[in-house]
Design a protein around this ligand. Structure first.
Ligand SMILES: Cc1cc2nc3c(=O)[nH]c(=O)nc-3n(C[C@H](O)[C@H](O)[C@H](O)COP(=O)(O)OP(=O)(O)OC[C@H]3O[C@@H](n4cnc5c(N)ncnc54)[C@H](O)[C@@H]3O)c2cc1C
Ligand SMILES: *[C@@H]1O[C@H](CO)[C@@H](O)[C@H](O)[C@H]1NC(C)=O
Ligand SMILES: *[C@@H]1O[C@H](CO)[C@@H](O)[C@H](O)[C@H]1NC(C)=O
Length: 486
C-alpha cells in the first residue's frame, strides 16, 4: 500500500517534472488563438498556455517594415464597419484610413499597350460589377463562375451591349475572373460555392478600411486592451510560447498530451486548435491521436484552401498621373499575349490582374495573385520579380515606367504553418458536410464530453476567410471552454 502510494507520488512528480499541466492549451497565436486567450484571461481563467510554431505572434496577420512604414503581407483591410467585430472594437479609438480609391474610376490597360474603345470597356465593367453585386442570391446554387458567365453572356446579346466585340468582352471577363480568384484565393471561380457565401454574413460601410501606415498587427494592442484601456490590459503575451510547433495531440486519455517538435510535452484538460485549414489538410492524420472522427476529416478534406500571394513594388516616385483618381491598373490580357507568354519564364505574369495603389504609401503598388497557379514562384528572386513586373507595366502603360527600386513578396503557400492563405468552399463542399460550422464542432472524448475545440477563420460560419471571422471564432471557442469546464 505504502509502496504503491509512493510509486504514484513519484509518478506524479515525474510527470510534473517532464510535462507541464495546464487546463487549456491553445495551439496557435494568430488572431483566433490570441483572441481566445484574451477572452479566457478576461474571464479570470489563468491556467492557459498558447503554443505557437512560428517565432512570432500574429499568424496570417504579418506586418513588416518596408519603405518608410509598415506593410501587411497577410490581412490588410478591415472589410466593413458595421457587423465587423474588429471595426467595432477599434474604430472609435484609432484613426482608420478610408481607402481613397473605394469608389475610384477604373484604369483598364490592354496588356500589349494598344488602345481599345474605353466606353465599351466601361460598359462591360459596369455590367460585370452589377453581376458581382447580385451573385450572392441564396436561391441560386452552383458556382460563382457559372452564375457570372451565364448572366454576362446573356446580357451581351442585348442592348446596349450588342455592338461590343466578343473578344473585348472575353478580356474583361478574364479580368473579373482573376479579380474574383484574388479575392477568394481560388484557382478558378468555378470552385467558389454561391450557396455558402450567400448564407454568409455581410458587413456594412467601407469594405476597404486601412490601418494607414501602422499595419494590421496594431489589432493585437486592442485585443489585449492595452489600447485604449491600459489599466485593463490583459497580459496575453506572457501566456504564449513561440517556436513551439505542436506535432501531436493525444486527446483521448485522462489528460490530453501535446507533444512539440522540440520534444517538450504539455498536458491539458482542453485544447483549442487554431491551425489553418491548410495545416489540417496536410497533417491532421499525424497531429491527432486517435485520428479525428470521419465527420471532421471529411469536412477537412472537402473544403478548399486558397493561396493568395502578394508583391509590393516600390518606385522612387509615382510615375502615374497624380490627378487621376484610380484604384489600380487593371490588366486586360490579349489572347495573343497570353499565347506568347505561355511556356516562357514570364508566363506567371498572366495571373496578374492588377497593380493596386496602396493607401498611405504613395510610391507603392501591390500585386496580388493566386500562388497555386505559379508553382515556381517560390524560386523567383527579387530581381526577376522586379524585371518582369517592370516589363509588363512598361508594355501596358507607357514605355517610360521607371524600374521599381525595391520589392517584397509573400510566400504563404510554402510555409509549413500556413500552407496557403484562407479557406474556401466549393459547390460540392456542403454536400460532403464541409462547412465552417462542421469545422467548428468540438470533438468529444470517449467520456462523451468535448475535449478539443476548433477556432480559426475556417470555422467562422459568417465570416470565414476574414480577420474579423477569426477573432469571432476565438471568442466563441473561449466561451465553449468556459461552458465545458465543470
Ligand atoms: C495574403 C492574405 C491576405 C489577407 N487579407 C485579408 C484582409 O485584407 N482582410 C481580412 O479581414 N482578412 C484577410 N486575410 C485573412 C486573415 O488574415 C485570416 O483570416 C486570419 O488572420 C486568420 O487567423 P487565424 O487565427 O484563423 O489563423 P492563423 O493566423 O493562421 O493563426 C494560426 C496560428 O497557428 C500556428 N500554427 C499552425 N500549426 C501549428 C502547430 N502545429 N503548432 C503550433 N502552432 C501552429 C500558425 O503559425 C499561426 O500563427 C488575408 C489572409 C492572407 C493570407
Ligand atoms: C465606342 O463604343 C461606343 C459604344 O458602343 C460607340 O458608340 C462608339 O462609336 C465607339 N467609338 C469608337 C471610336 O469606335
Ligand atoms: C459532443 O458532446 C456534446 C455534449 O457533451 C453533444 O452536444 C454533441 O452532440 C457531441 N458531439 C458529437 C459529434 O457527438
Amino acid at each position: 500500500m505504502k509502496v504503491a502510494l509512493y510509486c504514484t507520488v513519484t509518478l506524479i512528480i515525474l510527470l510534473l517534472h517532464t510535462s507541464h499541466g495546464y487546463r487549456t492549451v491553445i495551439v496557435g497565436a494568430g488572431l483566433s488563438g490570441y483572441s481566445a486567450a484574451a477572452r479566457l484571461l478576461e474571464r479570470g481563467v489563468n491556467d492557459i498556455l498558447v503554443l505557437e510554431a512560428e517565432n512570432r505572434i500574429g499568424g496570417r496577420v504579418h506586418t513588416v517594415p518596408f519603405h518608410n512604414g509598415r506593410i501587411d503581407m497577410g490581412a490588410q483591410w478591415v472589410h466593413g464597419q458595421q457587423n465587423n467585430i474588429i471595426y467595432e472594437m477599434v474604430g472609435a479609438h484609432f484613426p482608420f484610413g478610408d481607402s481613397a480609391w473605394e469608389n475610384a474610376a477604373d484604369m483598364f490597360l490592354l496588356s500589349d499597350g494598344t488602345a481599345r474603345n474605353q466606353t465599351q470597356i466601361a460598359q462591360l465593367a459596369h455590367l460585370a460589377e452589377g453581376i458581382m453585386a447580385v451573385v450572392y442570391d441564396p436561391s441560386y446554387t452552383g458556382s460563382f463562375g457559372s452564375f457570372f458567365e451565364y448572366h454576362y453572356w446573356n446580357a451581351l446579346n442585348n442592348e446596349p451591349y450588342r455592338a461590343i466585340p466578343r473578344s473585348l468582352a472575353t478580356k474583361v471577363q478574364h479580368f473579373y475572373h482573376t479579380y474574383t480568384n484574388n479575392f477568394f484565393g481560388s484557382k478558378s471561380w468555378f470552385d467558389i460555392s454561391i450557396e455558402i457565401y450567400a448564407n454568409a454574413g455581410y458587413t456594412l460601410g467601407s469594405q476597404w478600411v486601412t490601418w494607414r501606415d501602422s499595419g494590421f498587427s496594431t489589432v493585437f494592442e486592442f485585443l489585449s486592451k492595452r489600447r485604449p484601456f491600459p489599466q485593463q490590459a490583459l497580459d496575453v503575451e506572457s501566456k504564449i510560447l513561440v517556436n513551439k510547433e505542436v506535432t501531436n495531440i493525444n486527446w483521448d486519455g485522462a489528460v490530453i498530451t501535446l507533444r512539440c517538435a522540440d520534444n517538450s510535452q504539455y498536458l491539458a484538460d482542453y485544447v483549442i486548435f487554431t491551425g489553418s485549414l491548410g495545416v489540417l489538410k496536410h497533417r491532421h492524420n499525424t497531429l491527432f491521436t486517435p485520428t479525428l472522427p470521419a465527420r471532421k476529416t471529411s469536412a477537412i478534406q472537402y473544403s478548399d484552401y486558397g493561396s493568395l500571394e502578394k508583391i509590393f513594388l516600390e518606385f522612387s516616385a509615382p510615375f502615374w498621373d497624380q490627378s487621376y483618381n484610380f484604384a489600380e491598373f487593371s490588366i486586360l490580357w490579349t489572347e495573343r499575349d497570353i499565347a506568347e507568354l505561355t511556356g516562357t519564364s514570364r508566363e506567371w505574369l498572366i495571373h496578374i490582374g492588377y497593380f493596386r495603389r496602396i493607401d498611405a504609401f504613395p510610391t507603392l503598388l501591390g500585386v496580388f495573385f493566386i500562388g497555386a497557379r505559379i508553382p515556381d514562384f517560390n524560386a523567383f528572386d527579387q530581381n526577376k520579380i522586379i524585371n518582369d513586373c517592370h516589363w509588363l507595366l512598361s508594355r501596358a502603360y507607357t514605355p517610360n515606367v521607371p524600374r521599381p527600386i525595391n520589392a517584397i513578396r509573400s510566400n504563404w503557400i510554402t510555409l509549413r504553418n500556413f500552407m496557403g492563405a484562407y479557406s474556401l468552399f466549393t459547390p460540392t463542399s456542403a454536400y460532403y458536410g464541409a462547412t465552417p460550422s462542421r469545422l467548428a464542432e468540438p470533438v468529444n472524448g470517449s467520456n462523451g464530453r468535448p475535449r478539443i475545440f476548433f477556432a480559426g477563420e475556417h470555422t467562422s460560419q459568417l465570416f470565414s476567410g476574414y480577420a474579423n471571422g477569426a477573432v469571432e471564432t476565438g471568442y466563441r471557442a473561449a466561451a465553449e471552454v468556459l461552458s465545458a469546464v465543470v
